[in-house]
Design a protein around this ligand. Sequence first.
Ligand SMILES: [Zn+2]
Length: 297
Amino acid sequence: MEKQRWGDSPACPKCGGMDVYKMMSRQGGREKHNRWRCRDCSSLYSVRTGTVFEDSRIPMRHWCFGFWRAATSKKGVSALEIKRQTGLSYKSALFMMHRIRFAMAPDDGNPLTGIVEVDETYLGGKPRHPRDKRKAWSSKAPVMAMVERGGRVRSMVVPDVTAKTLKQAIRDNVDRRARIMTDEARQYRGIGPEFAGHDTVKHTAGEYVRGEVTTNTVEGYFSIVKRGLNGIYHSVSKKHLHRYMAEYEFRYNRRGMTDGERTVAAIQAADGKRLRYRDPVTSRGNVLPAQLQPDLR
Ligand SMILES: [Zn+2]
């Protein structure tokens, strides 16, 4: 883990000093918490300092296992499964997996380019029993996804699906030189002039592909997420939905990597992501409504 995080230069996280050394125990070998000490500022630190592992008693081998499962399981991995496989309590397993999802949350906000397919759907909540005729929408949250054809996906929980919200999200995430493709939903009408163009497919008329105009990529992405949420997680509250979205997005955007590379990428993404309890964890700086703000306590 030290090698993955620091390479060959384990600089002091407090002052950046390079004059550091491994603390040893009296019996020889590393000190029991594997700490380092900085000669410049005298601070003690370990590989956990300044990451999602900080302030946790969960052994590092379980963290590594959790990262590997989260980075390599196509549909996701439930806390219950992690509990069974590690012996951690359910609460600890859930805590750990939420933090791993937080580490996977993207911070590269580079605009999407080329052809960008945009769509929205409702996700989360509990799957409805087939005989239950009541609407289950109230427990679901609106989610928007934008996918570069052949490239990256960016998804987010949005407060509503009004034209104002959806258009603003496109402006915040898509390069002006991109071509936007959506279905015929009226919320997207009029966005074309702000970009290189806007094409729509008319699903209501049975049209899904017209030349290169289609939203099949973004719809395919949503179907991966839906299969995972329904099959693995069963029930995801609005409050935590953005974390799960980050997890699916992370895997999709690194689909060309090997499992090992993707696991290391997730661990490295944990760097500098020490979760401060009081901060509302917003996706890409969007202010989430109060009911969507996380509570990890
Ligand atoms: Zn220092």
